[in-house]
Design a protein around this ligand. Structure first.
Ligand SMILES: Cc1cc2nc3c(=O)[nH]c(=O)nc-3n(C[C@H](O)[C@H](O)[C@H](O)COP(=O)(O)OP(=O)(O)OC[C@H]3O[C@@H](n4cnc5c(N)ncnc54)[C@H](O)[C@@H]3O)c2cc1C
Length: 466
């Protein structure tokens, strides 16, 4: 890497309409702070782009000065690849516009938009598309890895609703990608992460959406977990696609609807989302409550945008995080036993075991239709190891890894790149399964020098052989 001189940075500033931030600038530390506080990287330069036209200049500058290049969307990826140590980070935080066309039910979205930005703009027109469950997540990284949330059973993954994108390639060229234009690249970015270029605009298909949904939490004591998970398994096989129920096992937070003596105790929570009428939601909920003896519930009609933010208080930035996840086709009895055995030793009050259902429309799509290939996955189990102090790193990471190893025998073998930590590069081929070979050859075509490697990296063929 060539040392970056002040004159180089001054030259870069002249070509960029946005801001170029260097370590001596007063807001440098703020600009390099991302969601997972374990990541403490110091880029040589942060380019806060103001328009798509800034991006090719930043890409060419990184190439010319042999700077490691990273792209910062919402800054949520657990691995922290959005920052490049001593490199150049393209930061989209000032490009968050969402433009909705109500006629065609489409949204054009700038890559710095958060899920909250997206939901607010689309819901204003009674429209939505599947995204994730934490509103501060970036739409860019979420989409490029696949993207799933409460609406996924009904409308598929986020990528299944992506119509086109604009992307700046390693050469600094801007291409439009869709089913009809540069369709190979369009295939690759639907799951291939940031491997193929810098996306400057996404275009999504939207769906009619009720402003209010029936949603909330039913909380049971942990002692009932095994029984509840078994009933959940049977129920979820035939549940309507408008209903999505996820399981969370953790220490009870001090939620106002829970008795105070239950705060801090281990619980199993059913997080319920129903995109339908209050009457039907209520009867489905009554059935779910019968799975055990709830210690509290808080459920009813609420604005969809409110439910999309319901988990934000538990997923705040600034904590230390280490996550591990597997995909599953089914929930075997042995998986239930293993989850519960490990839950009993959960290492911190903030750590949670989360089991989400993605069973539905996404399973009907062929595995080779997009780079994301886990079309057989019906559930994702993700342990969110979360803690406050660096001295707990070893203990918490070790617990997450043990959980991961113990649940592996029951997993479907794929992986979700959006949940992979930085030490999981060996899982990248299995994450893409039979699609991996095609991705390697497209990487060779579009980024033979592997300029875009700050991601769950697909290494181009000749480099992979070295
Ligand atoms: C609290 C929390 C909740 C989550 N919930 C869900 C969920 O419900 N569903 C789900 O599917 N996932 C979920 N995720 C995972 C999430 O999808 C990934 O972390 C995703 O990468 C976040 O995107 P981002 O833009 O915020 O991340 P960033 O860290 O900014 O980006 C991640 C990577 O994406 C690439 N990238 C970002 N922007 C661009 C761009 N414009 N062009 C090219 N490459 C780019 C880069 O390689 C970058 O390193 C969650 C994560 C967190 C931390």
């Amino acid at each position: 890497m060539s040392p970056l001189k002040k004159t180089h940075v001054e030259g870069l500033k002249k070509s960029i309409t946005g801001r170029v931030i260097s370590p001596q600038d007063k807001d440098y530390d703020e600009a390099r702070t991302i969601w997972n506080s374990m990541i403490d990287k110091k880029p040589a330069v942060i380019v806060q782009v103001a328009k798509a036209g800034d991006v090719p200049h930043a890409v060419r500058f990184a190439r010319e000065h042999q700077l490691e290049l990273s792209v910062l969307g919402g800054g949520h990826h657990i691995a922290g690849n959005s920052l490049a140590e001593n490199g150049l980070t393209i930061d989209f935080s000032n490009m968050r516009k969402v433009t909705v066309d109500t006629q065609s039910k489409r949204a054009r979205v700038e890559p710095g938009a958060t899920l909250a930005d997206f939901d607010k703009a689309t819901l204003a027109h009674g429209l939505a598309t599947p995204t994730g469950i934490n509103s501060t997540t970036g739409i860019a990284g979420l989409t490029l890895g696949g993207g799933f949330g409460w609406l996924t059973r009904q409308y598929g993954m986020t990528i299944d609703n992506l119509l086109s994108a604009r992307i700046v390639t390693a050469e600094g060229k801007t291409l439009k990608v869709s089913e009809n234009e540069n369709s190979d690249l369009f295939w690759a970015i639907r799951g291939g992460g940031g491997n193929f270029g810098v996306v400057t605009e996404f275009e999504y298909q939207l769906h009619n959406m009720n402003p209010e949904v029936y949603a909330g939490l039913i909380v049971f004591p942990f002692i009932e977990a095994k029984n509840i998970m078994k009933q959940y398994r049977e129920f979820s096989k035939s549940a309507p696609k408008e209903l999505n129920v996820w399981i969370v096992i953790r220490h009870a937070p001090p939620l106002p609807f829970l008795p105070e003596d239950q705060h801090g105790k281990m619980v199993i929570v059913l997080a319920v989302f129903f995109n339908g009428s209050a009457d039907k939601g209520e009867s489905l909920t009554e059935f779910l409550k019968g799975f055990g003896n709830p210690i509290g519930d808080h459920i009813g009609m609420q604005p969809y945008t409110q439910w999309q933010q319901a988990f934000d208080p538990l997923l705040t930035p600034g904590m230390r995080n280490y996550w591990k996840s597997h995909n599953f086709r089914s929930i075997e009895n042995e998986l239930i036993d293993t989850v519960n055995k490990h839950a009993a030793t959960i290492p911190t009050p903030h750590t949670e075991i989360f089991l989400g259902s993605i069973s539905g429309v996404q399973n009907d799509i062929p595995a080779n239709a997009t780079a994301y290939s886990a079309r057989d996955a019906r559930y994702i189990v993700n342990v969110h190891g979360r803690w406050e102090k660096p001295e707990d790193d070893k203990r918490c990471i070790s617990w997450c890894r043990k959980f991961f190893d113990a649940t592996k025998p029951f997993a479907s073998g794929g992986a979700y790149v959006n949940f992979m930590t930085e030490d999981e590069s060996e899982r990248v081929p299995s994450a893409y399964g039979a699609n991996y070979e095609r991705l390697v050859s497209l990487k060779q075509k579009y980024d033979p020098d592997n300029l875009f490697h700050m991601n769950q990296n697909i290494v181009p063929e000749p480099l992979a052989r070295k």
